[in-house]
Design a protein around this ligand. Sequence first.
Ligand SMILES: NC(=O)c1ccc[n+]([C@@H]2O[C@H](COP(=O)([O-])OP(=O)(O)OC[C@H]3O[C@@H](n4cnc5c(N)ncnc54)[C@H](OP(=O)(O)O)[C@@H]3O)[C@@H](O)[C@H]2O)c1
Length: 289
Amino acid sequence: MDKRKILIQLDSDPQPSVFDRVVAIDAGADEVFSYGGVKPEQVQALVHGAIFTRGPDDLKRTAFFVGGSDVAASEKLLAELTKHMLPQFGLRVSVLFDANGANTTAAAAVRVASKHIDLSTAKCLVLGGTGPVGQRVALLLARQGGEVRVGSRQQNRAAAVCDSIRAKVASAKLEPATNGSSAELQAALTGRTLIFAAGAAGAVLFPRSARSACPSLKVAIDLNAVPPLGIEGVEAGDKGKERDGIIGYGALGVGGTKMKIHKAAVARLFETNDHVMDAEEVYSLAAAF
Ligand SMILES: NC(=O)c1ccc[n+]([C@@H]2O[C@H](COP(=O)([O-])OP(=O)(O)OC[C@H]3O[C@@H](n4cnc5c(N)ncnc54)[C@H](OP(=O)(O)O)[C@@H]3O)[C@@H](O)[C@H]2O)c1
């Protein structure tokens, strides 16, 4: 008989996310072992518990999920996880990283955009491009070949994101842009066909008054579901809705695709024991949705 599928949830928050636990069960995990407030120095023992218990043929039925609202703290857990696997002996289990929903949200946002515009030629602007979601959106867009402007209120922060993406995608067409003042935003908007607003909850990044600076715009995707919304004129529930000649998605409109990707990613964990699923691996599943 097949062994039960165990998902080991490591959360950097003191209380492990209920959302992530529910999705894990709905995606096919038989058991979810949840650990909260996990610190990097605790990860090695957790990895050993996972890789030394079952035989090599059954290791694909154990996997890790890394979550938590502090994405940077959770990234340290991911680094520790991969460090302590022993692939040279076949002793490893698959890992999905989706702290604060950043990977599944970014993958869903780029996927829905791809239904309306050719990403290999799109001229993109990612407002809020320095946050965990925005950075991942920019990475995925850069990988598709389009031009990507990374927006921030601070030039050096946007430039740092561009540098980190270039380290992964040497051919990336990237440029940093500032969007702190309305004049800066107008310059950032010039010539763009695809815009994402991935700013903090409740921050308006693309006001209606700036629309005239971007007559080339075709698709606008807002990931902020907390009023006031990130793009004025795109409603939270919009899902490919055309308004004033522009296709728009709001955060809730992207949410259905995000959930499908999240479940598919958890299911993928139990296929083999060697997946490390970060933004690009998660996006590779998105084409089905
Ligand atoms: N639907 C979902 O499941 C889901 C999941 C995750 C996230 N989200 C949403 O996706 C969005 C992005 O998430 P995140 O965690 O990446 O966001 P975040 O880290 O909170 O913020 C992203 C960026 O927004 C900019 N920003 C912050 N406050 C601002 C302000 N008052 N005005 C203008 N810009 C401001 C900052 O960039 P600079 O300082 O560089 O300008 C920051 O790096 C959020 O709205 C979040 O709620 C949705």
